[in-house]
Write a protein that binds this ligand. Sequence first.
Ligand code: SAM
Length: 205
Amino acid sequence: MTRKTTSSSADPLVCDFTGGTVLHRFKYGGGRGQSLPKAVGMRGGKTPKVVDATAGLGRDAFLLASLGAEVTLIERSLEMFNLLNDGISRARDAGGDVAEVIARMTLIHGDAKDLLPDLSPEVVLVDPMHPPRKKSALVKNEMRQIREIVGTDEDSLELMQVALSTASNRVVLKWPLRADPMDGIGPCSHQILGKSTRYDVFMIT
Ligand SMILES: C[S@@+](CC[C@H](N)C(=O)[O-])C[C@H]1O[C@@H](n2cnc3c(N)ncnc32)[C@H](O)[C@@H]1O
């Protein structure tokens, strides 16, 4: 993990499940037909338990929990963990249907490489900080702010290896649409393509 210490953004980074794009996606999103739910296996009435090994701001986890999945979120950066924990607490306090979703999310602080073996996960989602894109102006401000906190996740191959050796059903790697496959883990079983990202799905069973 390479850390950077610069800060250039005007708006502070916040985790908010009760407004903005997260709430909009919750109310008007495409349900289980979206790429991520499909990738984790939410088909045919199945609702797997998911471990999100790279929680970040918890957006992917919230989407899956909003569709009924029990999600365990793991975040190793204390700063990101505190932001996320704060967002979860505020959403719980807000009550209503967002709080019902939050009740399906369990947040743990630590490194997923150490924690996954004891969790015996069914499905693991891995969304590491990707290397910066050449057209850096296109990278969203929020993603730049997260990068300023956590740097680049240079151990994502090791994380994938642990995920693949512990998941009983599948591992889903969220990856830039046009990036080469991750070296060192072999080919995925299938891919689900989005607008700027893709999901490389590694079936175990
Ligand atoms: C790209 S962000 C994830 C964004 C997330 N999918 C979301 O929807 O908000 C990557 C996050 O994973 C965390 N991370 C990376 N490797 C990790 C590991 N081995 N264990 C726990 N957290 C990790 C980083 O600290 C960072 O916060």
